[in-house]
Design a protein around this ligand. Structure first.
Ligand SMILES: [Zn+2]
Length: 477
């Protein structure tokens, strides 16, 4: 609540959770899914759904990462994407859209949620907010049809900034980023590898894919199940989990985390989530409790009765309490001028106000109702942004600048890359899960290897806030 109160009127909250604006965003996401579906049809034909195996976690080397379609396609798109660094929290999406709307070759513009800075940086990020409530800016991505279009866009925006032709553009910075190594994670628990759980997940994922397909007017799940009809059930599961990510921007193994673009998905959930190898027993007490939490989180999107919500009537009544004065026990007065009627309890005054002063309080009731609806939409989103630590059970895994990256940034930027395969497959753990990271945390941006990966020698920059650098963690609690 305190976090919501601190950000209730931020554009990112209004755009995602206020009725009306949220509908616009939902429509935009459906449009995005249909765009991704055209790629899906080409991908299926090109065999990019063949041989998907979410148990095949690369351990010693980034096996297959160089040919992994998710990584290859992301890096291809990166080269024709203008990354918009640190969109201020006060800047509405419409302002960013307006900057890019008419630029030649634009395919779409999309924004991330705000970054959640490390605890010690939050108060510096937004000093005017209560302690620990501060957020970092959003990241934007403007995807173009070619590198040339993206470079032309940057040149145009730079010119606008230089001539101060546009107020918005002077607050933003733009760059085309270098391709990034694969960023893989595992699920938090090996229980997901148990045969019983695989069967359960397949049924769940079939239902989700079908529901989301229907909502968007697509038929990918059906097409995949037909194409791979002769394969084992686990293949069906892995193909559908992958389809949900690539088309519906939905990461099942991140407990149903959803984003509005592939860029934001890679930023939040990495390039791929593998099942943790092993044979955990999902029937144990603790495992069952954790899996039940996971399942509830997944189901909340599809079942309104599972979403927490505040009673709007109670919030309205509480707000109307400002017109009630208690004079003594059993004497409560209506404070409207020229009224002053007495009642024996608050609830009767409030009922009276709603009846007799309806016109006077209508704007207040409308405003309280709108805000409460926004709050309920926020609370009902199981992946809503939430400062970890304030309520760890709500934590999903937003961006935190990783300590290792900060340390790397402090070192000379031309330091040679740490050599050999030992830099691959490093596994990081924290209290909220674990993931595999081939991202070369020890390698600063702009170091020789990055340059070598970018044959066109495009501009790259070192930026701890850059998209794709998020210290993504996974949590099912
Ligand atoms: Zn009255």
């Amino acid at each position: 609540m305190r976090f919501f109160d601190a950000h209730a009127d931020d554009p990112w909250v209004l755009e995602k959770y206020a009725d009306g604006q949220a509908d616009v965003r939902k429509q935009a996401i459906l449009t995005m899914k249909r765009l991704l579906y055209t790629k899906f049809e080409a991908d299926v034909a090109a065999g990019k759904y063949d041989g998907i195996d979410l148990d095949a976690l690369p351990v010693d080397e980034p096996m297959g990462a160089e040919t992994d379609p998710d990584v290859v396609d992301r890096n291809e798109a990166t080269l024709r994407t203008v990354a918009i660094k640190t969109v201020p929290l006060t800047m509405p999406r419409a302002d960013v859209d307006a900057l890019f709307r008419d630029l030649p070759g634009l395919i779409y513009v999309t924004l991330s949620e705000p970054r959640l800075p490390a605890q010690q940086d939050r108060d510096r990020a937004q000093p005017h907010l209560p302690a620990g409530m501060g957020l970092g800016g959003r990241t934007g991505w403007a995807v173009f049809d070619s590198t040339a279009s993206a470079e032309a866009a940057i040149a145009h925006l730079k010119e606008q900034a230089d001539t101060k032709a546009n107020e918005t553009v002077t607050q933003l910075a733009f760059a085309i980023q270098s391709p990034m190594p694969a960023k893989y994670r595992t699920t938090a628990w090996d229980m997901f590898s148990h045969p019983d759980r695989l069967a359960t997940d397949l049924e769940t994922v079939k239902g989700i894919a079908t529901t989301l397909d229907t909502e968007a007017g697509l038929a990918g799940a059906q097409a995949l199940l037909e194409k791979y009809a002769d394969e084992a059930p686990k293949v069906h599961l892995d193909v559908l989990v992958t389809y949900l990510r690539r088309v519906h921007l939905y990461c099942y193994y991140s407990a149903g985390c959803e984003t509005e673009s592939l860029e934001e998905l890679a930023w939040k959930c990495g390039d791929k989530v593998f099942r943790k190898p092993g044979a955990g027993d999902p029937a144990g007490d603790r495992a069952a409790a954790l899996l039940a939490k996971f399942d509830t989180k997944v189901r909340q999107k599809f079942d309104e009765s599972l979403r927490p919500a505040k009673a709007i009537d109670e919030l309205v009544d509480a707000a109307l309490g400002q017109y009630v004065a208690k004079e003594q026990e059993h004497r409560y007065r209506c404070e409207f001028p020229a009224c002053g009627k007495l009642f024996k309890d608050t609830q009767f005054v409030i009922k009276h106000i709603k009846n007799k002063h309806a016109a006077d309080v209508a704007p207040l009731i409308t405003s309280i109702t709108e805000r409460a609806t926004r709050l309920n939409n926020f609370l009902g989103d199981p992946h809503h942004l939430h400062p970890a630590g304030m309520n760890p059970t709500q934590f999903t895994g937003p961006f935190r600048p990783p300590r290792a990256a900060v340390a790397a940034a402090a070192r000379p930027s031309m330091m040679p890359r740490n050599g050999g395969s030992s830099s691959y497959g490093r596994e990081r753990r924290d209290s909220r899960g674990e993931y595999m990271d081939f991202g070369g945390r020890d390698e600063p941006r702009g170091a020789p290897r990055s340059a070598a990966m970018d044959p066109r020698g495009l501009k790259s920059y070192m930026d701890l806030d850059a998209p794709g650098e998020g210290d993504v963690v996974l949590d099912y609690d």
